[in-house]
Design a protein around this ligand. Structure first.
Ligand SMILES: CN1c2c(nc(N)[nH]c2=O)NC[C@@H]1CNc1ccc(C(=O)N[C@@H](CCC(=O)N[C@@H](CCC(=O)N[C@@H](CCC(=O)O)C(=O)O)C(=O)O)C(=O)O)cc1
Ligand SMILES: N[C@@H](CCS)C(=O)O
Ligand SMILES: [Zn+2]
Length: 758
């Protein structure tokens, strides 16, 4: 038996977010394509050489992307939507970014969540006459680049079934699976070209195998992999994010050379494969968690690997559970982290080292890695016993929670009356979701404050000035319910993480969210406790500037959990309860300070759903409970809002209703209010603000477009239940387009109001 180490993908933003800066400079016209490609080349080279130097045997090539790896597949397969074809004869980079970001004439292709991660991919668009043909040399060039550097390359591709599944039909009566016969010849061509370049292995990612799949999609696997079985490449069928054991019978029969499974998220699935066909071929085991930042317990993992290795007659590969794309690049860049906590962590660079160490241990025995095992044992022990992790006050509170703590005093109908009396809002009240443009001036002020170049007082004054200005602008625009605009927040999750006990935060722990946009998830390592108010001063200041209601703005417990790097030493449900209590205290303090409307954002509520339906209800039970605990500590007359975007929640509406928020604002404009059908079918009782314009693009929609959406909404939902708002926050937008769009939105709300009242 051979033992090899390999990696499934490395972060591509660069250790200092070099790609982000290069992209944004290119988009602004401040640099040219050669300069952008030079930065990309430098990052790729650095990543490959780092992996080689660390001792990884097989190194991924094709995992790099200028924007998104699914969009790269679209470009490679020539699946350019017809609406972009008119620019297909231009510079390929311009076409690529037009699809990703839209143009003045064409909205961008849709972007959605990559499974249950906080990464977003560009959704392929399929038409009846979509033709596939090899149209990009990018992958082959990168293979040549890597080979030139002496890299032992393994090519990476999104597999044909996952590619089709993750796309959407844009013409009626098309079943995208029917495109498979047209797609496979191009995959064959790609594999043949890869083989001609002297690459032996191709990592073919089929993450959809972790989902429940209809029989037709299951059959598609057999067809596809049969067609790809004689291309001179060895195929490593690669799965991640969950168990694929429920498809074991199907997978076992596929004519591929190896299988990768995620043993970090689903260790139990090993039993389904330990004595099957891959035990005689190649089995790649992903014990090292590619989505979290905790250091592995190497002794435990080595023991698990040794146990399975004795049963295999084929090759054993050691890998991260999934691509390291979801991890920050290098822990060594963190200079301010508390040393005790830092010692519990491993970022992508350190995870490579763990993989190599495990490989050495398995090949040469424990003694060969004794020192590293001792360090890892010590770190595991320290994390298990540290006094920083446990807080008895938090535990006591959780123990004393009662059913009443997750219940508002009266049902919605009663609350609605009291709230109507208190706020006396017009029909179709117009509001926004919370953030206003995070201008360069705001970000620079914060960066200067963090570097001690701006005093705390000056920073606070600058942010107060921003809030004053934002309130003034909203009054001018004529919105009915205002927000403070969130200028003081670096991010809706990190900002709260920085203020809660049990959280640590990094200087440079960036992870790609989409395109050039990154997030820096805070690290939730211990019991969560709120030592003091977090937003009350800002909210009160904003409210003091206007007679209109200003919504207090918080991030909900479920989103705090999923967008943080969460502790893995207790169930998520327990951590969610702790977060819920911290947020509840903030909600109560906001109410005490006279804030009458409080929004608790839960955009990650849907993304937290387990991949398989059989596990949904357990999740929904604790997630709903956490939200209700966070929101139920207030009087009837206090209006609780929530907001969700990036969400397809047709199938979880009962749970959304159970949240019992007085108002929910949702993203609906890109789906042209389709989502409202579900609210109608379910007879959703509370108030709803369906987004009337997409905030992901600088394009300002015509008033007629918004009006049409609004009319559609009034046809679906009782007008007394409806609010008017954009799809999501406006932090990524500029002021000119924000002002114009909101003016039009308010105009539409007024027009509709007048029509309805006349
Ligand atoms: C709603 N979304 C969010 C998700 N996850 C989150 N954790 N937060 C979210 O808001 N997931 C789903 C979506 C994803 N959408 C977005 C949208 C926008 C961004 C984004 O704009 N990211 C920023 C970084 C934000 C941030 O943390 N800013 C900090 C530091 C800023 C910085 O880099 N400063 C510079 C210096 C200042 C300058 O010159 O501009 C520096 O340090 O070098 C801050 O404001 O203080 C991004 O730029 O990528 C992400 C997800
Ligand atoms: N209040 C946040 C929600 C984003 S999902 C914002 O407006 O940016
Ligand atoms: Zn949102």
């Amino acid at each position: 038996m051979n033992i090899h180490t390999h990696n499934l993908g490395f972060p591509r933003i660069g250790a200092q977010r070099e790609l982000k800066r290069a992209l944004e400079s290119y988009w602004k016209g401040q640099s040219n394509a050669d300069q952008l490609q030079a930065t990309a080349h430098t990052i790729r080279t650095h990543n490959w050489l780092l992996q080689q130097k660390t001792g990884i045997d097989l190194i991924p090539v094709g995992d790099f992307s200028l924007y998104d790896h699914v969009l790269d597949m679209t470009a490679l397969l020539g699946a350019i939507p017809r609406r972009f074809e008119h620019i297909s004869n231009q510079n390929p980079l311009d076409l690529y970014f037009a699809m990703a970001r839209g143009t003045a004439e064409q909205p961008a292709m849709e972007m959605t969540k990559w499974f249950n991660t906080n990464y977003h991919y560009i959704v392929p668009e399929f038409e009846h006459d979509t033709q596939f043909r090899l149209t990009s040399e990018r992958l082959f060039q990168e293979i040549k680049e890597a080979k030139k550097l002496g890299i032992n390359a393994k090519a990476v591709l999104v597999g044909p079934l996952s590619y089709l599944y993750l796309g959407k039909e844009v013409t009626p009566d098309l079943q995208r699976l029917d495109l498979l016969p047209r797609l496979l010849p191009v995959y064959r061509e790609i594999l043949q070209k890869i083989a001609e370049l002297g690459v032996e292995w191709v990592q073919i990612d089929e993450p959809i195998l972790a989902l429940d799949l209809e029989p037709a999609w299951q059959d598609g696997f057999a067809t596809a992999y049969q067609a790809l079985s004689d291309t001179n490449c060895k195929l490593l069928l690669t799965t991640y994010f969950g168990s694929v054991a429920h498809h074991a019978a199907l997978i076992e029969k596929l004519p591929v050379d190896g299988l990768h499974i995620d043993l970090s998220h689903a260790p139990e699935q090993l039993d389904a494969f330990r004595s099957g066909s891959f035990a005689k071929k190649t089995l790649s085991l992903g014990h090292i968690n590619g989505r979290n930042i905790w250091r592995a317990d190497l002794s435990q993992t080595l023991a698990a690997l040794s146990e399975i290795s004795s049963q295999l007659s084929g090759d054993l590969w050691i890998a991260p559970s999934c691509s390291l794309l979801h991890c920050p690049v290098d822990l060594a860049l963190e200079t301010k982290l508390d040393p005790e906590i830092k010692n519990w962590l491993a970022f992508a660079t350190q995870k490579l080292e763990e993989i190599v160490t495990l490989g050495q241990g398995l090949k040469s025995g424990k003694a060969a890695i004794q020192e590293k095992l001792a360090i890892s044992d010590q770190a595991s022990q320290s994390r298990k016993t540290s006094s920083r992790i446990h807080n008895s006050v938090v535990h006591d509170r959780i123990e004393h929670l009662t059913a009443q703590d997750s219940q508002r005093a009266h049902p919605f109908a009663t609350r609605k009356q009291q709230q109507q009396q208190r706020f006396n809002l017009p029909l179709l009240p117009a509001t926004t979701i919370g953030s206003f443009p995070q201008t360069t001036a705001i970000r620079q002020a914060r960066a200067a404050f963090k570097k001690n170049e701006l005093s705390h007082l000056d920073y606070l004054s600058a942010m107060r000035e921003e809030i004053r200005d934002i309130i003034h602008k909203q009054e001018e625009i004529g919105l009915d319910v205002l927000v403070h605009g969130e200028p003081e927040r670096n991010d809706m999750v990190e900002y709260f993480g920085e203020q809660l006990w049990g959280y640590a935060f990094t200087e440079n722990g960036w992870v790609q969210s989409y395109g050039s946009r990154c997030v820096k998830p805070p690290i939730l390592y211990g019991d969560v406790y709120r030592p003091e108010e977090m937003t009350v001063t800002w909210a009160s200041y904003a409210q003091s500037l206007t007679k209109k209601p200003v919504k207090g703005m918080l991030t909900g417990p479920v989103t705090m959990l999923f967008w943080s790097f969460v502790r893995d030493d207790q169930p998520y449900a327990d951590t969610a309860l702790q977060l819920a209590l911290a947020i509840r205290d903030e909600v109560v303090d906001l109410e005490k300070a006279g804030i009458g409307m409080i929004q608790i954002d839960e955009p990650a509520f849907r993304e937290g759903l387990p991949l398989r339906k059989q596990d949904w209800q357990t999740y929904l039970n604790w997630a709903v409970k956490a939200f209700r605990i966070a929101s139920s500590g207030v009087k009837d007359e206090t209006q609780i809002h929530t907001h969700m975007c990036y969400s397809e929640f047709h199938d979880i509406l009962p749970a959304i209703a159970e949240l019992d928020a007085d108002v929910i604002t949702i993203e609906t404009s890109r789906s042209r209010m389709e989502l409202l059908d579900a609210f109608v079918k379910f007879s959703y009782p509370n108030e709803i603000g369906p987004g009337v314009y997409d905030i992901h693009s600088p394009r300002v929609p015509d008033a007629s477009e918004m009006l049409e959406l609004l009319q559609k909404a009034t046809h679906h939902i009782d007008v007394k239940q409806l609010w008017v708002n954009p799809d999501c926050g406006l932090k990524t937008r500029g002021w000119p387009e924000t002002r114009t769009a909101l003016q039009k939105m308010v105009e539409c709300a007024r027009l509709m109001r007048n029509t309805l009242q006349s």
